[in-house]
Design a binder for this molecule. Structure first.
Ligand SMILES: [Zn+2]
Ligand SMILES: [Zn+2]
Length: 385
């Protein structure tokens, strides 16, 4: 929903709070409370308690997801020296480019972090920027976001069930002589409005709940879901060497890495374990891979840039690229070469690429974080949440 971008995020958050409060107050005090013999009776309390406990969980997790810092890169953070200065004798796979660097923030990027255009900074384990929460969803608040989504689903399902029960009772009473005195048109209208809202919420949040359940089980973020699709495409087209997503460590451990290592506490609003700077990876993962994920299409480095850098900087090292008949990289480049290339690229890229190819300039100016280029698409998709 592109239109959401023009609405101040605080207004959207206020709308969400008013919507939840409206549903809570009307179902509790106007429809179900009186229908169950009075809101304060034990019978009503017992039936309404699950819904109200879920509502508390919903409010607490929404508040925490909105207000908790999603996580930013500590000043001066650098990848370990083994990554910055790797063993040159070990060949590097085509597609792995070395530590990622954010040109906007002028710092190295920890694994899984991405630059958010709305927040204008890098966010640890960034999932997406959510206008419904007025906040970025990242390492610091993803666990609250997930609990909020599940609370909405369970709370709305249970509330919707109770409202349908009441509606059924009303329909059953229609022929009774007491009908007129027990059922008001206003109550019927409130039930209709509440049920409509609940169905809309269940559909919209349901899509999100299903997708984030999948992400939780696969150990990936929304952005990484897109990156994995793109990586598979690059591997299938043989543009890069086969590579596996490194952060998927199995269903159970993937969930633990977000909701904590004690399943009894998964429902409680607790932060994710860890510091957001390093993550468990699959056994036998190349130590460089977590710092350089996602793999890059060698084409995006721009042959003309590399070749110009070779010429203009009087490159004295080995030839940087050699291309096969289809123009794909066929030579493995050492880590040092890549670092030099990236450094030279940073210095010269704008003037070189703009001269050569304006399209390439657009793409290449984003190579420090290729997902920035795609984030606008993802955000539009996320606006559906
Ligand atoms: Zn950044
Ligand atoms: Zn953001």
């Amino acid at each position: 929903m592109a239109g959401l971008e023009s609405i101040p995020e605080k207004l959207i958050v206020a709308f969400v709070v008013i919507l939840i409060s409206f549903l809570q107050l009307t179902t509790n005090f106007y429809v179900l409370g009186p229908a169950l013999g009075g809101w304060t009776t034990l019978f009503a309390q017992k039936l309404l308690a699950p819904m109200n406990i879920l509502l508390i969980s919903l409010y607490v997790n929404y508040y925490l997801a909105c207000t908790t810092d999603p996580g930013t890169i500590p000043e001066g953070w650098e990848p370990p020296s083994s990554v910055l200065d790797p063993d040159e004798s070990v060949p590097i796979q085509v597609g792995i480019t070395g530590p990622r660097f954010c040109k906007q923030c002028n710092c190295y990027k920890p694994p899984r972090s991405h630059h958010c255009k709305q927040c204008r900074k890098c966010i640890l384990r960034m999932d997406h920027h959510c206008p419904w929460l007025g906040n970025c969803i990242g390492f610091g608040n993803y666990s609250y976001f997930v609990r909020f989504v599940f609370s909405v689903m369970t709370c709305c399902s249970y509330g919707g069930y109770l409202l349908l029960w009441r509606l059924q009772r009303i329909l059953d009473m229609r022929k009774s002589v007491w009908y007129a005195s027990q059922v008001s048109t206003a109550e019927l209208m409130v039930i209709a409005i509440d049920l409509t809202l609940i169905v809309i919420i269940l559909i919209l949040v349901g899509v999100l709940a299903v997708y984030h359940t999948y992400c939780l089980l696969k150990g990936q973020t929304t952005i990484e879901g897109w990156e994995r699709t793109k990586t598979t495409r690059l591997v299938n087209r043989r543009k890069i060497d086969p590579v596996e997503f490194p952060f998927d460590v199995g269903f159970y451990h993937n969930i633990c890495s977000v909701l904590g290592y004690n399943p009894l506490l998964w429902c409680f609003p607790l932060p994710s374990p860890g510091d957001g700077l390093k993550y468990p990876v699959k056994p036998n993962t190349d130590p460089l891979l977590p710092y350089s994920w996602p793999p890059r299409d060698p084409k995006d480095l721009g042959p003309s840039i590399i070749e110009r850098v070779e010429q203009e900087h009087k490159w004295d090292g080995p030839k940087l690229v050699r291309r096969d008949s289809e123009g794909y990289l066929v030579k493995e480049i050492t880590m040092e070469d890549r670092m030099k290339m990236l450094y030279a690229e940073n210095l010269e890229e704008e003037q070189i690429v703009m001269e050569l190819n304006p399209e390439e300039y657009y793409y290449d100016s984003n190579t420090s974080d290729i997902t920035d280029y795609e984030l606008s698409d993802r955000d539009e998709w996320q606006d559906e949440d």
